[in-house]
Design a protein around this ligand. Sequence first.
Ligand code: AMP
Ligand code: MG
Length: 391
Amino acid sequence: MISEEEARTKILEQAHVRPSRLVPLLQALDCFAARDYFARLPLPNFDNSAMDGYAVVANSCARGKRLRVVGEQPAGLDRQLRVCDGEAVRIFTGAPLPTGADAVVMQEDVTREGEEILLNVDVDLGEFVRRRGCDLGEGQKILVAGERIRAATLALLASQGFGEITVGGEVKASIISTGDELVKFGEQLKPGQIYESNSILLRALLQKCRAIVESVQSCRDDDDSLGQALRLDIKNDVLIINGGVSVGEHDLVQAALRALGAEIDIWRVAIKPGKPFLFGRIGECAVFGLPGNPVSAFVTFLQFVRPAISKMMGATDLDLPKVPAKLLVDLRNDGERPHYIRGKLEDGSFTPVGRQESHALFGLSQSNALLSLAIGESQKRGAIVDVLTWD
Ligand code: AMP
Ligand code: MG
């Protein structure tokens, strides 16, 4: 049995970065930039008005003064107007500032009287003017290779005239769930059977990682159906086999993988839940054998599969977000493996929820954070601990 850190290191060594590709901006959401990007344009790109109002020369203005309106500057077309002392140009939000203007008075702060305005306020230099480059300078780095592309990143790229972006490569994944006891939804449950629920969990988790789920198969605990299912799926980048990786007579996955020529790099990791975890390779396909218990499958996916996929897709930050939280109960790990406690992170506090056993799906469904307790570690109520989040 190896430690979680060793397992992670070995897996990441074997996770090869996929070739990058150029995609339309919208398709890049939640992908990772494959190179650095720099501003082509400053933001704003020209001095402009932050308000609907009047462009003026600030030091010729004072409350009670009248100014002559000498023109109108809408957004979208620079009329190249000029403003002198004692004058004003009617202006709208986003419109280019006329030459000579150094402030904008809000329309709410003036009284319009024919071709004049009466100022109802004093005017400060620079007021309601958005200066060229004040937000972003030309040539400034706007995106770093490996960074996740979020909605606002897309907006920033669009503001620079980019219609496409080079992102990390796609990862194609497949799932095989194993077990004679498993029944698909819609079918009648016979005594001793359960509804198969892990493939949807894993599929959803893969989708959240932006992996492409190419196939989902269910197979029985026999060598033939396992071999058949495996042969179909090893053409993908990632194969997740769920269940059958433990030590029982019906746990046939490891032998079936070896029969196909797989190299098994890892079997059994010191992590609770998730000890029977397996990792190997068949050709270019990274094979993850996740334990069948739902919580074990969930935790090992987050700790081992997710970072591998992220690396393949070109991410630099492979960790789950870590959040400091105040612990609301005493906790102690007397076991022989680091224990991932499922709990609820709410208003900065963490409370364990549900049964802390690897089959306890309800508790998992109520949780939104994991607290890892090292072997022998104890934490008192009120302690500040780091918890991992995924939602
Ligand atoms: P295994 O890892 O195959 O020994 O399975 C461990 C436990 O997880 C057993 O109680 C199985 O019934 C359950 N299990 C295995 N696969 C699934 C699945 N796909 N959906 C729900 N439960 C499962
Ligand atoms: Mg099984």
